[in-house]
Design a protein around this ligand. Structure first.
Ligand SMILES: *Cc1c(COP(=O)(O)O)cnc(C)c1O
Length: 376
């Protein structure tokens, strides 16, 4: 049996090695390392895949979020509502731009932003909502978009963990996450569902004028070389990463299907076990399982992690400290309301290995180790 890893990027690479190696060699031969043909090709294919008009590639997912907030013209002091239960990148860029992060509560079943909590936090200073499609499960976009419309707010989707996830509206319309808000942001960090072999990110929008500002912001505020109209930054996806992503985008649906079958395997193995709450899937979305995250009793969780580690099975807590408890956001503490569900989840979540390259034997080994721990 191969050694079990949270994400097996090496085996995945070996399975597509000849294709990837040839594509990288082609970029090397072209010497167009920046803005080469693969970058444009990738942006076009990704627009088609996600179902949006414009895709603007950039250097990473954190930059995508930052550039989105810059392009929307948000000003220091403007309030941006985000979940506290997310990766730091979502909230960090808010603070970096001197905007004010306002932490919303999440739904205990979907782990995603709770629209009722969002509504309570809206003030005259609120300018944007950043729902996060956490672990590969969609945030409740229909309600978020309705609220945003009512209060005239921008919606920036943090789709770093959910590329390929489909959202179904109550009238039956289907859209991919990332294409629903004013801007969608994603990351191609190697462990993400669509991972490069280095850093990468992208922004999605259907608004032509906004697309132009996003593109300029990512390119030193210029659309004509050396003529700088707005304050921008330097954030590019390089040609080698784009060439790799062109190959992997074609496989994304099968990769997501592979993740779903791993989740099915775990779900079946743990079904009916009183100690384990397996991931919930809301009727409005399919789940692309960036993570397979269970809820267990807090007094059992560290023991489970240690027990699995003894058997060389990695597991992770995403995330051990929620935003509203991070030292970096201490300056906001007088404004932070208590987030009971976020705290409750933080004490109970644990994620098992999930990726596209499992051997059946590995999955059986993980599932029986988890069950043995709770039965001992
Ligand atoms: C990975 C991630 C990001 C940031 O992406 P990078 O490419 O690492 O900058 C942002 N938000 C979430 C939820 C993520 O998981």
């Amino acid at each position: 049996m191969r050694q079990i890893q949270m994400v097996d990027t090496k085996t995945q690479y070996l399975n597509i090695k000849s294709e990837v190696d040839a594509a990288i060699q082609e970029v090397l031969d072209s010497a167009a390392y920046i803005n080469g043909k693969p970058v444009q090709q990738f942006a076009e294919s990704l627009s088609e895949y996600v179902g949006c008009k414009y895709t603007i590639p950039c250097a990473n997912g954190t930059d995508a979020l930052q550039i989105a907030m810059m392009a929307l013209g948000l000003q220091p002091g403007d309030e941006v509502i985000t979940p506290s239960f997310t990766y730091i990148a979502t909230t960090e860029v808010v603070a970096l731009l001197r905007l004010k992060p306002v932490f919303a509560e999440v739904d205990p079943k979907t782990f995603c932003i709770d629209p009722a909590s969002v509504r309570k936090l809206i003030t005259p200073k609120t300018k944007a909502i950043v729902p996060v499609h956490l672990y590969g499960h969609a945030a409740p976009m229909e309600e978020i978009m309705t609220t945003a419309k009512e209060f005239n707010l921008f919606v920036i989707e943090d789709n770093a963990q959910a590329i390929g996830c489909t959202y179904t509206f109550s009238d039956g319309t289907k859209k991919k996450t990332g294409s629903i808000g004013h801007i969608g942001c994603t990351s191609f960090y190697p462990s993400k569902n669509l991972g490069a072999y280095g850093d990468g990110g992208a922004m999605f929008t259907n608004d032509e004028a906004l697309a132009e500002i996003l593109r300029m912001t990512a390119n030193h505020g210029q659309n004509r070389r050396y003529y700088h109209d707005i304050v921008g930054c330097n954030s590019r996806l390089d040609s080698i990463q784009a060439a790799i992503l062109n190959i992997k985008l074609k496989k994304l649906d099968s990769y997501n299907a592979a993740r779903q079958s791993v989740a099915d395997f775990y779900n079946k193995a743990f079904a009916g076990n009183e100690h384990i709450a397996t991931p919930y899937v809301a009727p409005f979305c399919d789940h692309v399982y960036h993570q397979y995250t269970m809820i267990v009793a807090p007094e059992k969780r560290d023991g489970l992690v240690a027990y699995l580690a003894e058997k060389k099975i990695p597991s992770m807590i995403y995330y051990p400290v929620p935003g509203h408890k991070q030292k970096v956001f201490k300056f906001l503490s007088s404004d932070i309301t208590s987030l009971e569900t976020t705290d409750w989840l933080t004490d109970r979540v644990v994620s098992l290995p999930i990726h596209t390259e499992f051997e059946e034997e590995q999955l059986e080994f993980i599932a029986s180790a988890v069950l043995n721990y709770f039965n001992q």
